[in-house]
Design a protein around this ligand. Structure first.
Ligand SMILES: [Zn+2]
Length: 89
């Protein structure tokens, strides 16, 4: 299993200490990735553009969309893309 931890500063959620938490992969697409990281108040330059980073569900206000996807067993990547386009990121 991939070790997932939340990239947001001061958030201590990881897949180990919070296995019920949903982690959303930050897009690898350059522009969207930068936006997500800025929203998370992280310096995009401080994080490798190829590394797989995550944000936990605590920082999303449309969690219901993702919960819906999880319920339908839709792959999260598809889910987060939908969420991103819904938010026009
Ligand atoms: Zn978090």
């Amino acid at each position: 299993m991939v070790y997932k931890w939340c990239v947001v500063p001061k958030c201590t959620n990881t897949c180990i200490n919070s296995p019920q938490t949903l982690f959303v992969s930050v897009p690898t697409d350059c522009k969207r990735r930068k936006k997500w990281l800025l929203l998370a108040r992280r310096d995009p330059k401080g994080i490798s553009s190829t590394s797989n980073v995550f944000m936990c569900e605590d920082h999303f206000d449309i969690v219901i969309v993702m919960l819906n996807c999880r319920w339908k067993k839709t792959p999260l990547t598809t889910c987060s893309t939908k969420w991103v386009s819904a938010r026009r990121y």
